[in-house]
Design a protein around this ligand. Structure first.
Ligand code: SF4
Length: 327
């Protein structure tokens, strides 16, 4: 396949179709470098040499009613995950300030376990933390709180929220094998509600659950249709006790790079990031995530697993000649 020619067509405004995307994600490992070079050209065209660093705080952990097969925080599984109630608004804001100061984060997300945040006082505390972050940092403000209604979204937006994170997790055709306690349609509804209120959307998925390459592509096309702003790609870092750990389908480093590159072809102008599991999934090939088309990554720790030190991340982007894109 002529990858450079395909990149030319994308830059000229053409959208690649699902058949081409399926071919791209299934190329042989021997063909991967020309694909990466073409995806890198797309990244440079749309994003220049700027990358974004997202950071998160797990503000309320564990005892979730849902049964997402990969999640250490689900009450359905026996894991060693920490369980604690919502942090105070000061703790949440202090985590954001530390992420900006110590990790050069450009975006910060307050994440809570659970299908939704029911309690008004919890939403009020999160809103108050968002207000402080908006006032005292230059961070882009994001939350990941599960299902939300429009009143809650409006209140958080008034407090200074810019972006909602709400992963679709996987393709619609595979979702029932990942979660049975809520539907794909519920996830789509929250995204559409937040878009209607004017929030940016960060939504992606987790891979290595047994989905096929065609289902990885299917998710990217759903995200394109939804016109989300940012797409986090997570690679399963299996947590003992979860069904996904017992049924892990690991992706090779090249499979991860092909996935990122194909997402860059399908969603050329969007922010695309390799988030959870990147250290284990790519190992010594981590810098190649940017060559494959990523322009965002998650710094610091993940929700329930450790990330590499931010010094290493800063050195990696410096060595690649990239710069942090401060908001
Ligand atoms: S992914 Fe979210 S909704 Fe699913 S079990 Fe984990 S915390 Fe609950």
């Amino acid at each position: 396949m002529n990858y450079q020619g395909l990149a030319d067509e994308v830059i000229a405004g053409m959208s690649i179709n699902q058949t081409t995307a399926d071919q791209l994600i299934n190329i042989s490992d021997a063909d991967i470098f020309p694909l990466l070079v073409a995806a890198n050209r797309l990244r440079q065209h749309y994003k220049g040499n700027r990358v974004k660093f997202c950071a998160i705080v797990n503000a309320k952990s564990g005892r979730c009613s849902e049964n997402c097969s990969f999640c250490a925080q689900s009450a359905h599984y026996q894991t060693a995950c920490q369980v604690y109630p919502l942090m105070t608004k000061t703790e949440m804001a202090d985590n954001a300030k530390a992420a900006e100061k110590n990790m050069s984060a450009t975006c910060f997300s307050i994440v809570t376990a659970g299908k939704t945040v029911h309690a008004d006082q919890e939403i009020a505390a999160i809103g108050s933390a968002v207000e402080t972050i908006a006032r005292e940092t230059n961070l882009n403000r994001c939350v990941s709180l599960g299902t939300l209604n429009s009143e809650q979204i409006k209140g958080l937006k008034t407090a200074g929220l810019k972006r909602l994170h709400h992963n679709l997790e996987t393709a619609k055709s595979f979702f029932a094998q990942v979660c049975t306690t809520h539907t794909y349609e519920e996830r789509l509804a929250t995204i559409k509600l937040a878009q209607a209120e004017g929030l940016e959307i960060c939504s992606g998925g987790i891979f290595g659950l047994g989905e096929t390459p065609a289902q990885r592509v299917e998710l990217a096309f759903t995200l394109r249709e939804l016109n989300v702003n940012s797409v986090p790609i997570n690679i399963l870092n299996p947590v003992p006790g979860t069904p996904a750990a017992a049924n892990h389908h690991p992706l090779s480093p090249f499979a991860v790079l092909k996935l990122i590159a194909v997402y860059r072809f399908i969603l050329p102008a969007k922010d695309i990031g390799l988030f959870g599991g990147r250290e284990k999934a790519l190992g010594s090939l981590q810098p190649f995530m940017f060559i494959a088309g990523a322009n965002v990554t998650l710094v610091g720790d993940y929700l329930t697993t450790k990330g590499q030190s931010s010094d290493k991340d800063l050195q990696m982007i410096k060595d690649l000649g990239l710069k942090i894109d401060y908001v």
